[in-house]
Write a protein that binds this ligand. Sequence first.
Ligand code: FES
Length: 325
Amino acid sequence: MTASPLLQVRVRALTYEAQGILGIELVPLSAENPLPAFSAGSHIDLHLPTPQGPLIRSYSLLNDPRETHRYCIGVNKDARSRGGSAYVHASLRAGDILTISAPRNNFPLDEAAPHQVFIAGGIGITPMLGMLARAQALGTPWTLYYTARTRAHAGFLDLLETAAGAGNGQVVLNFDQEPGGRMLDLPAIVAALPAGAHLYCCGPLPMLEAYEKATAGLPAARVHKEYFAAKDAPATEGGFTVELVRSRQSLQVPAGKSILDCLIEICAEPPYSCREGICGTCEVKVLEGTPDHRDLVLSDSERAANDRMLVCCSGARSARLVLDL
Ligand code: FES
């Protein structure tokens, strides 16, 4: 496995987008070196030099995927921040230079869909902005349901207004904590889907769980989702052996540690970022054995194939795993 290339970018602007949400525009250090192209739904990792030490955090790209002169992200000030969003909100300044990863996409748009339906909660709006720009460019009809606590908490409304005004899309706003507000009615949205429509959801965990329930009767290929927090506890039960074919090493994973923890100890770790099974960076090929998948990146069919795993959070159902490391 090769590490994702790292890039240096400059923070060109920080903008107030909504209560608790900053927009950040990142540009190349030199205008002659455009940024790597990305597809709608991609994210980048920010390497943040926080006072607690370096942290890597993933953020969705929200600008039009045709742009190569900048990456735009939105950062929500998370009350449970482990240091990443708190650093961005308190310390990041226009002009700073940041190290970032090249874009990766775990949440791609199915461009063959006849209609795209986006469902966003809070900061989950960010991947949807790039997706609806792409749908717009393809001429695909789209509908966006965007729910936030109040209008003051809803970021990027100006972008949505422009997108909706361009012709083939519709924005439905929902503010559940305003007077008379209610949670988004996901079963009603699913019941009224245009024929063949694909759905995409990103938002807080309870919303994603309600989405999974509401879409359970739809073909899995039409239902897409992206989590930004872990859903399951990581596998740290231990009690199995991991063999690394390329470095010809073998290790015993004890209780209380993840496979990634053990790989780091012997300096054999793959690239990694979130350590929660949500970014996809630590994916490794499985050559033998059966993983105990705990990530939120692999699809059901990818999990069933058992030929790859996310080693930061997944363990083993077999006594031995052989990895392509
Ligand atoms: S490091 Fe993010 S999925 Fe493993």
